[in-house]
Write a protein that binds this ligand. Structure first.
Ligand SMILES: Cc1cc2nc3c(=O)[nH]c(=O)nc-3n(C[C@H](O)[C@H](O)[C@H](O)COP(=O)(O)O)c2cc1C
Length: 396
């Protein structure tokens, strides 16, 4: 792997995992990056700047206000120098400061001053990580466009077992590779995304539909746009605002979604079909409101057009991603759908209290045509969206 001279500013904050940042720095160098180190005052109490300077032959700044003899406004010049700012380990405190826009030391000021991507690798005690304030700060940081890596689960320095462990250095290197190399592969790629439910009207005032909120599709569209992709979003009736910079096409029925998707598929490089399209509709909508009458009403339903299966037949070199929302046998059902619809990847998830329709979180299995399978544990839908794009950019 070669980072090809990419300039990485490694920021170290006051976590017990700070010593692992020395090894991380060495691996960044070994992979061809040029690095500089910035430390918080507390970070510098865990591992001395001298250790980083000596082990990595890299310049280190802790507090630029203490070093006025060479006045260079490093919080600006280093912020401009970096292709990537990597905060590893990132304390709950530095994430909170960044979420609030606080700039009260060299690390937080440089982060505020940069236009380059910034990624956080959190490390902390499980209770600190799960504290709603930390979760909120991570969410805000992500909404502001920062990347926050998922922590590992396992033995923690505090003696507990759980989430919050600093990930393996090899995983962080993979993440950096994604940020510097693979993530850029989506730049200027044309991505077609569908989102939300469809409505099958049976008369002018009633319809068959489902509770899909469209959240996942919109989060994928937003993340793909931020990675430079040219995004077209075909969506059913949804109540979430569509972020700027996305071409959106609003449809109501499965039939309309089919037409809009077919019109736009030929020009795309990749299609991500998250919409919960109705499988059934009435053969003919009644022109007038169906009256209650005396007895029960029997509805005849016919199948709608299978958009995903049609795309699978004509996809050629395009990368096609489908979704499967299941209530049982997720893996088995998803594997069948992956094969029968000729998909490159399928995101399978379960409908439950914290996952599936309407929820802000999700847990998924990603299955690939080459047989690979990846489990995404319960996480925010925003993180899942990024994971899906990460897998796409590895393969596109
Ligand atoms: C021994 C020790 C270990 C700590 N480990 C962590 C940690 O892993 N993660 C974390 O968020 N805070 C940890 N803290 C707390 C932070 O050091 C503290 O919140 C500090 O204010 C962070 O400052 P900084 O973000 O400016 O580096 C630890 C504190 C001590 C004394």
């Amino acid at each position: 792997m070669n980072f090809d001279g990419s300039k990485i500013l490694l920021c170290v904050s006051g976590s017990i995992a700070a010593y692992k940042a020395v090894y991380l720095g060495r691996e960044l160098l070994r992979n061809g990056a040029e690095i500089r180190i910035a430390m918080t005052e507390n970070g510098a109490k865990f591992v001395t700047p001298l250790t980083f300077r000596a082990a990595l032959s890299a310049p280190v700044i802790v507090n630029q206000l203490d070093e006025p003899e060479k006045f260079d406004m490093e919080h600006i010049s280093w912020a401009r120098w970096a292709d990537l700012i990597l905060v590893a380990p990132a304390t709950a405190n530095i994430i909170a400061k960044v979420a609030a826009g606080i700039a009260d030391d060299f690390v937080s000021t440089t982060i505020l001053a940069t236009k380059s991507p910034v990624a956080f690798v959190p490390a902390m005690n499980t209770a600190m990580l799960q504290n709603p304030a930390t979760q909120r700060n991570i969410r805000i940081a992500e909404e502001l466009g920062y990347y926050v890596m998922q922590t590992d689960s396992g033995a923690l320095a505090c003696g507990e077992e759980g989430e919050g462990r600093f990930p393996e250095v090899s995983q962080i290197i993979d993440f950096v590779k994604y940020l510097l190399v693979e993530g850029k592969k989506l730049a200027e790629k044309k991505i077609l995304i569908t989102a939300g439910p469809t409505r099958e009207f049976i008369d002018p005032v009633r319809f068959l539909s489902n509770p899909s909120s469209g959240k996942t599709g919109i989060l994928i569209a937003d993340a793909a746009r931020k990675m430079g992709a040219d995004v077209t979003l075909v969506h059913g009736p949804i109540n979430i605002p569509i972020p700027d910079g996305i071409e959106s096409i609003s449809v109501i029925s499965a039939d309309e979604m089919h037409s809009a998707v077919m019109d736009n598929f030929k020009n795309c490089d990749c299609a991500i079909m998250t919409a919960a399209v109705a499988d059934f509709t009435v053969p003919k909508k009644s022109d007038a409101k169906i009256k209650k009458g005396d007895g029960n009403l029997k509805l005849e339903l016919v199948q709608t057009k299978d958009i995903l299966a049609e795309l699978g037949k004509i996809k050629g070199e395009k990368f096609l991603i489908g979704f499967a929302l299941e209530t049982e046998n997720i893996e088995e059902n998803a594997r069948k759908k992956l094969a029968s619809k000729n998909l490159d990847m399928i995101v399978a998830n379960l409908q439950s209290k914290n996952t599936g329709f309407e929820s802000d979180t999700n847990e998924a299995l990603l299955l690939f045509a080459d047989g690979e399978i990846k489990k995404i544990p319960l996480t925010s839908k925003r993180k899942l969206a990024k994971e899906i794009l990460r897998e796409l950019s590895k393969r596109i």
